[in-house]
Every structure is written in C-alpha cells, then in structure tokens.
Design a protein around this ligand. Structure first.
Ligand SMILES: Nc1ncnc2c1ncn2[C@@H]1O[C@H](COP(=O)(O)OP(=O)(O)OP(=O)(O)O)[C@@H](O)[C@H]1O
Length: 570
C-alpha cells in the first residue's frame, strides 16, 4: 500500500505549510531538462524546418487543448511539487481502524485509451495523503495549477497499489469485528469510470479464501445482492424481481430479497458473479460498461449458536454480523452528458438525485456530530439508498457499526474537478466521524476556535471589502496599479439592474470584483496595467501574488481536511 492513515486528531497537525512553488520553467529550459545533451549530440543533425513544417506544427498546436499544449510545463511543475512532498513526508501514519467512520481514496492507473487521447496524470498519492492538481485559467498563457492536499483520509491508494493490497487494508481488519456481531459497510464512491466496480469486484474475489472452509464450522453464510435505481429496488439473485426497502420495528428490511446460502468458496464466487452480471449497465462517454444504478451485496454470517432468525422478517434485515459492500453509481457532471441520449440523461438525473441525498445525510451527520445541543434531522428516508444505509450512517444506531467509504479518483488532470468533488465528499464524511468530532472539540474549544474561524474567513479575498482589495493591489505593485481603474465596483450595471436583481433574473457574468480579477487572463491584466504605465514585470508579479492570496485564503477556510497551494506554470 502506498499510503495509509491519519488519526483524526492528527489531521490539523498535519496540514502542510502552504505549498507555493515557482518553477519558472521556460519552454527552452524544459527541453533541456527532458533531453540530455549527449543524446542530442549523437542524433543526426536535423534539417531546418521548412515553411510547410512550421504551418503543420502550428495547425497541430491549434488542434490541441490548452492543457495538452502546456503539458510539458505542467508535468515539470507537478514533478517539482511531488519532490517537495517526498521530502516533507517520509512516513505513512497507521490508521485508527476502530473508528466508526473510515475513509480512503484510491487513484487508479491511467488507462491506455486515456493515454491515446492525450490525457495525463493530475492526481497523486504519497505517504497516506492524496493530491489533486487542478488547472486554473482558460488559456495557454495564464495557466496555473492549484494543489489540493487531502490529509485527513485514513488510507490512500495509488495506481501501483493492487487489488490485494486494498483488500488487505480494508476488508481483512473488518472481519473480526463482523464475526463479533458488528455491521461493517464498505461504500465505493466516485465519478463514472473511476474504478468503483473494479475495486468492489476484487474485494469479493479475495474474500472467500479468508472465509472457507473454516467459517462453515460455526456460521451459515448468506448472500443477498440487490440493485437500487431511483425508488426501484431489484433482486439481482432472483431474476431481477422487484423488492421493497422498508423501515420497521426490527430495523431496515429489504422485503422479499432472497438470501442465498453458500457453503464453499466456489459457491460464493458463483453467486456473486450471477448478481454482478444482472446489474444494469450502459456505455457512457467515460466508461463502456458504466453501472447506472447502486448495487448492494450483503453477506450475512449467521452463528449456529445464535437464536434462530426472526421468522417475521421476510427478506434481508440490515443488522449485525454483516458485511455490506456498496457500489454506488458513478456521478457525472453536466458536461459529461453532452454525449448522452434522453434515456441516459434521465438515468443520470435519477442517480445524481440519490447521490445528493446521501451527501445531505453526510452533511447533516457532520452537523449532528458538532455537539451544538441542537437536534439535527438526517433525511435517511428521502431515498431508498439512504434508507438502506441508515444503520451504517446513523450516529444513533443501536448496532455496532464501522463504515468505510473508498472515494475513487480517475487520475487524469482533465478529470480534476470530479476528483476534487469526490475527495471532498469523503473528507466531509470523515469530519462527521464521532471519534474525529470529539478530538476536534477538545482541541479547538472556546474563543480560540471562534477567532481562528474568523481569521480564516477574513483572509480569503472574497471576504475583503472592495477598498481592501484596491489597497492590496496598490501595495503589491508598489503603488503603481490603480485597481479601481481596471475593475470598478458597481452596484448598478449598464442595464440599470442591481446585482441582486441580476442574480434573481439568472443573468450570468455578474461576478464580484475579487472573482473578476481571479478569472481575468494574465494577458488582459497586463494590457490593462500597461494603460497605467505599469511594466509587464510588475503587473505579472501582482497578478501572481493575488492568486497565491486566493489559494492561501481557501486553504484556511477548508483547514480541517484540505490544504491548497498554487503552482505557477511558466
Ligand atoms: N485499479 C485499477 N487498475 C486497472 N484498471 C482499472 C482499475 N480501476 C478501474 N480500472 C479500469 O477502469 C475502467 C472503469 O472501471 P469501473 O467500471 O470499475 O469504473 P466505475 O467507477 O465502476 O464506473 P461506473 O460508475 O461508470 O460504473 C474499467 O475498464 C476497469 O477495468
């Protein structure tokens, strides 16, 4: 395993200092660093490029996305950041496997077809931490990279960590807990094509070797396999018969779900294989066999010494001595749907709705864990998925539970927004862990906490007044740039509407000055500054300082789980 864990109590202590590096690689120096000179001197002398060659090269460049064009510079900046991270972190902390909530991130390898499409890596794992690089800026010239470090995850797996390593770190430690009557839940989340099914299938593949034949001496092993699509729940081990998820006096029951008794490793594998083959899949832009539904494989270990199962329960009761393996449908963004037909758009909406409900439950679980004394409602009943996961996620569950969410990240830099969403999703779940909340509360109680929170909020440029923003720009540019001449503060726009009215009418492009500046391409900024007689060097330096300030402010805002920095890609 490349990485592993952090005790919840360590998550703040481990926040890295603000990673800002200025690689300042020129295209020429990059060429030097990639090709050793002796190699070039041995090569046959190249013929000087003709006009035709130059035109072809220009055409090829125009066909490339800004990211592809900037690839050498981006990769150099990332390599430099990674070298820094290696120096900074040399050990992988051991996870606290007794925590009620554990979270992991897994970055899969880049696939051949992705490489062929010119995609390249933008996610990384080192020493139990996951890093996501996120490009900012819309053109080749003003590109920079944000670095996002996730250090409150319990485990992090990189592309070279194989399925067996993931199984050994996640499932194996859960087994004694399950045999002692606990409910262990493993949930795979992440964007479509990020590797959720790949992981969950392999966990089921390794499991029988650790169970059979010994387990059969003391326990019956029963498998149920169901699929959730919107409010429709289907039994994958019973010809896709419709079943119902209900909450009753005994707990959550999947009424009518078949429980298949397996006695050997072969039986186990064959049953799981049948269930998996019955899943609803469809080709999406990102994945040829995308799972368009959530799948839940429940493995119950019924002790022969225990009282016989409750005869009133007709189906699967989510309870103790159970391993729940949950493969969520992949999340997709609006932009991924451009290639979809009407059916797939509908599927995506259904999927996204249930994922949003799960997110809301996680958010409210976090609020509930903050010990504010207020009752926080967690809307488990809003979707079948969350109702089914209620016991696993409800802090007031009467069962002994351990829940591990593995967030899956596709490695491509082009997928960084998805990767950030997934990493934040699991980070938020970790923050809602009862163990984590207790340690945070003891470390940050009282006034110190309030002052810290206020300082963080004030530090982000979005929280500065317009005057403060102008003053900062003046200060960084040694009183040469008058920001108010570049971006005016207007409460009224040219169309006579106020900001609020524009917002209500959904008029786009109504950005506050701090965001206008953040999104302004460097070339435009330099041109505007030149009108005031400011040199390109001063304008560029000021622009860079501002982006660093935005990243630093954001780092403090999200200090619990994520630290950010900026890599300037030159
Ligand atoms: N760790 C890995 N090593 C090698 N290949 C992987 C790995 N993870 C995923 N893949 C490959 O990536 C592709 C997509 O994986 P998978 O179907 O598991 O994604 P998914 O997240 O379940 O997608 P969806 O949500 O669309 O169902 C598959 O071809 C799979 O074999």
């Amino acid at each position: 395993m490349t990485g592993s864990s952090h005790h919840a109590s360590q998550s703040q202590a481990h926040i890295a200092p603000h990673h800002v590096v200025h690689p300042r690689y020129s295209a020429a120096s990059m060429a030097h660093s990639r090709k050793p000179t002796h190699a070039r001197s041995k090569a046959a002398p190249a013929a000087p490029p003709t006009g035709k060659d130059r035109a072809a090269a220009a055409r090829a460049r125009a066909d490339m996305s800004p990211l592809e064009r900037a690839r050498p510079r981006i990769e150099a900046a990332i390599a430099q950041h990674q070298a820094q991270v290696h120096e900074q972190y040399t050990t992988t902390p051991t996870p606290d496997l007794d925590a009620d909530i554990l979270v992991a991130l897994r970055v899969r390898p880049l696939l051949d077809h992705e490489r062929e499409r010119g995609l390249f890596e933008g996610a990384y794992v080192h020493a139990g931490r996951a890093y996501v690089y996120h490009p900012i800026g819309s053109t080749f010239v003003d590109l920079s990279l944000e670095t996002h470090e996730f250090d409150n995850v319990d485990m992090a797996f990189g592309p070279t960590d194989d399925a067996e390593a993931v199984y050994a770190a996640t499932v194996v430690p859960m087994l004694p807990f399950v045999f002692e009557g606990g409910l262990a839940t493993l949930i795979a989340s992440g964007q479509t094509g990020a590797g959720k099914t790949h992981t969950m299938t392999s966990l089921n593949h390794f499991l029988p070797a650790d169970l059979f034949p010994d387990i059969t001496e003391t326990h019956d092993v029963l498998i149920s396999y169901i699929e959730l699509y919107g409010d429709t729940v289907t039994d994958l081990l019973n010809d896709r018969a419709t079943v119902q998820v209900r909450s009753g006096p005994q707990g959550t029951v999947v009424v009518g779900a078949k429980q298949v008794h397996v006695e050997t490793a072969e039986d186990f594998l064959a049953t799981v294989e049948i269930g998996a083959s019955q899943r609803r899949t469809r080709a999406t832009f990102k994945n040829d066999v995308s799972s368009r539904s959530h799948a839940v494989c429940a493995i119950t270990f019924r002790s022969r010494d225990a009282a016989p199962a409750d005869e009133d329960v007709n189906g699967l009761l989510i309870g103790g001595s159970m391993l729940l393996i949950v493969d969520l449908a992949g999340s997709e963004r609006q932009s991924d749907q451009e290639h979809h037909d009407a059916i797939r758009i509908k599927e995506t909406q259904v999927t996204n709705k249930s994922l949003m409900t799960l997110k809301e439950c996680i958010r409210n679980r976090y609020l509930a864990s903050q010990n504010t004394g207020k009752h926080v409602h967690i809307p488990f009943r809003t979707s079948k998925l969350t109702l089914l996961l209620k016991e696993a996620l409800d802090p007031t569950s009467s069962l002994q539970t351990r829940t591990l969410m593995i967030g899956h990240l596709a490695p491509a830099l082009a997928d960084s927004q998805h990767s950030l969403n997934t990493a934040r999703y699991v980070s938020n779940l970790k923050a809602s862990s009862l163990d984590h909340a207790q340690t945070s509360v003891t470390r940050t109680t009282g006034a110190a906490q309030d002052q810290g929170a206020t300082a963080a909020a004030v530090n982000h440029p979005s929280k500065w007044t317009y005057k403060q923003l102008c003053r900062k720009i003046a200060q960084w540019s040694m009183n040469t740039i008058k920001f108010e001449k570049i971006i005016a503060f207007k409460t009224e726009h040219d169309d006579g509407l106020t900001s609020v009215e524009r917002k209500l009418q959904g008029i786009m492009g109504d950005m506050p000055p701090w965001l206008q500046l953040y999104q302004m391409p460097l070339s435009v900024w330099v041109k505007e500054c030149a009108k005031q007689g400011v040199t390109e060097k001063t304008a560029t330096k000021t622009w860079e300082q501002y982006r660093v300030a935005v990243a630093a402010g954001r780092k403090q805002d999200t200090a619990k789980s994520e630290s950010t920095g900026v890599l300037l890609v030159h």
